[in-house]
Ligand binder design. Structure first.
Ligand code: FE
Ligand code: FE
Ligand code: ZN
Length: 280
């Protein structure tokens, strides 16, 4: 089963967002847990969340991939700013518990000159403190483009965070634009990159994908998303991705520069790229 979706606004509630996703041809979606500037958010509406989960079950949706605020930097230089970021993470994870069984994805952070090792230690500390013992949602670290001082631009850095926290309910979301920008050649050698991921991290930790083409060439560390098939990754790469046996069943989220009709077109296009029904 191919689980495809895009970023959607949940301001009308989760149940209504499931309907919107279904209208677009999606069977999963992503949403920001709070506005991009990272201001405080209300507790989730539990009856609405339950209704959404029922609808998702009826429509055979894959898991949702919530996205933490871009501004939440768990390894920023100032302790008071880190404390604020940690409080956002804790609040996000508490609210996500209203949607059990789904994913919460976030950008590990930027170490702003403190060095990657210090950044990784601070990220591990924040995750260890925020993840409750029986937390019902899997937390995903996003693969980053390595822009500026971003942590998570290499599989080794992500592995260091996974090891530092040491929990099985922590995984990885692979962003196709970011890894290509970050010098993993999924255009020339998708199999090789997945083998490297398996060697360094373990493919069992790969839980979701962000499908984005890139406006920039290989290893540019820029992180600028392009529409599917219109950037340096190209349509052939996405054909390989949606048909790859090792990626089957993972939720795939579009973060391309589109409005809703554009997302509907890309979802339809990706479904066409999938070679027939390959039910086992
Ligand atoms: Fe992201
Ligand atoms: Fe992404
Ligand atoms: Zn990006």
């Amino acid at each position: 089963m191919l689980y495809l979706g895009c970023h959607l606004s949940t301001t009308g509630g989760f149940a209504a967002t499931v309907d919107t996703a279904a209208e677009l041809g999606a069977n999963t979606f992503a949403y920001f847990t709070r506005n991009p500037r990272g201001s405080r958010a209300r507790a989730e509406d539990l009856p609405d969340c339950r209704k959404a989960m029922e609808k998702m079950n009826d429509l055979s949706f894959g898991k949702l991939v919530a996205h933490g605020a871009y501004t939440m930097n768990l390894c920023t230089g100032k302790e008071e700013d880190r404390a604020f970021a940690r409080s956002l993470l804790e609040e996000d994870l508490r609210r996500m518990a209203a949607l059990p069984g789904n994913f919460y994805n976030f950008h590990p952070g930027s170490h702003v000159g403190q060095g990657a090792d210090t950044g990784i230690a601070q990220i591990c500390e924040a995750l260890t403190a925020a993840m409750a013992p029986n937390y019902p949602v899997t937390v995903l670290l996003e693969t980053m483009a390595g822009k500026g001082t971003e942590v998570g631009g290499s599989f080794q850095e992500l592995k260091a965070i996974l090891d530092g926290v040491g929990r099985q309910d922590l995984g990885v979301c692979l962003d196709t634009c970011h890894v290509y920008d970050g010098r993993y050649d999924i255009v020339g050698n998708l199999d090789g990159v997945l083998e490297e991921f398996d060697r360094v991290i373990g493919l069992d930790r790969l839980k979701a994908l962000h499908l984005n083409d890139s406006k920039n060439p290989f290893a540019s560390h820029k992180d600028r998303h392009e529409k599917i098939g219109e950037g340096s990754l190209g349509m052939e790469t996405f054909r390989k991705i949606v048909n790859h046996p090792k990626l089957r069943g993972l939720p795939m989220i579009l973060e391309t520069p589109n409005e809703l009709p554009g997302y509907a077109r890309e979802i339809a296009l990706l479904r066409q790229l999938e070679d027939g029904e390959q039910e086992v």
